[in-house]
Design a protein around this ligand. Structure first.
Ligand SMILES: [Zn+2]
Length: 136
């Protein structure tokens, strides 16, 4: 087991991090399914806008994605594994990479992003605001 606690209290924020970072891909996956729309995703985004409880809509979206053939559901869209793997590319010092981390500007999800070269800082789904820089 990886020890990543997706069933703990942080599960909603972890599911939300997948939506925050990958809503467009999730929408494409939903729309690729005949007979299904992007409703489950829109419900999550609407709940985000309304400040409503997110655990329910997130679980529905997660289940719909799992039913469409991806056993990982929303967790398939988690950035965390890829980000961790990208932490130590050859030729770039760890200290240089560890100086700054970008976090969800609303602190509502567990998304984080490390600067990659001159790539533009991505925005959060909540209001489109760029992720905020923090120092480790
Ligand atoms: Zn976010």
């Amino acid at each position: 087991m990886s020890g990543v606690g997706f069933d703990g209290p942080g599960r909603t924020k972890d599911l939300l991090a997948a939506v925050c970072a990958h809503a467009d891909e999730i929408r494409a996956a939903l729309l690729a399914r005949p007979g299904h729309g992007a409703g489950p995703l829109d419900d999550v985004l609407a709940a985000m806008d309304a400040g409503a409880g997110l655990a329910g809509p997130l679980d529905v979206l997660h289940a719909v994605l799992q039913a469409s053939g991806d056993a990982l559901g929303l967790l398939a869209y988690s950035d965390h594994d890829a980000t961790t793997r990208g932490l130590q590319p050859t030729g770039i010092s760890e200290t240089e990479l560890a100086e700054t981390v970008y976090l969800c500007p609303t602190d509502r999800c567990t998304r984080y992003w490390f600067p990659i070269g001159s790539a533009p800082v991505p925005g959060c789904r909540f209001d489109g605001a760029p992720l905020r820089a923090d120092h480790l």
